[in-house]
Design a protein around this ligand. Structure first.
Ligand code: ZN
Length: 160
């Protein structure tokens, strides 16, 4: 059964509240993660706890238990001149910058009005409820090395 320290292989489909498909992983290319290592959103991790191989489940994850609510503080308007070398700046472009806590963050260009550029550091799925349909394909014990690294090794996981 799925519990902390297990490496889990999943097939899943992720849709938004409007039923539009956002992401999927099928049986030929399963998604693998370590239960309890906070690699997936908390609402999904909690819902998968205790499931066995072959189990299928539909899970609705609230924004709070998903990628969080939209944080208006992460939406900023800056000047175009702060993008040196970006002569073809366009809405939807993503780039890395240093966030308020000093960690690297991904910002998306949300709007451009003349010299004013609005950037948004929220996760693209922040504020949304997530609709997962999952099937459990495999469960095994994580190795000590995987536990130390916090991610899965092997053909479907991380390569060093
Ligand atoms: Zn590793």
């Amino acid at each position: 059964m799925i519990q902390n320290g297990k490496v889990v292989g999943l097939a899943y489909v992720l849709k938004d509240s409007q039923g539009q498909k956002l992401d999927e992983s099928n049986g030929a290319d399963p998604f693998v993660y370590i239960q309890g290592a906070h690699q997936i959103v908390p609402g999904l991790e909690n819902a998968l706890e205790g499931l066995a191989v072959g189990a299928k489940k539909d899970v609705v994850v609230s924004a709070e238990e998903g990628y969080g609510e939209v944080n208006p503080d992460l939406r900023l308007t800056v000047k175009r001149t702060q993008f040196p070398g970006a002569t073809d700046l366009q809405t939807g472009m993503q780039f890395q910058a240093q966030g308020p806590d000093g960690h690297g963050m991904v910002f998306t260009v949300a709007d451009i009005q003349g010299e004013d550029v609005t950037i948004d550091g929220n996760h693209p799925l922040a504020g949304q409820s997530l609709h997962f349909s999952v099937e459990v394909l495999s469960i095994r014990d994580a190795t000590q090395e995987e536990m130390d690294h916090g991610h899965v090794h092997g053909p479907e996981g991380h390569h060093h």
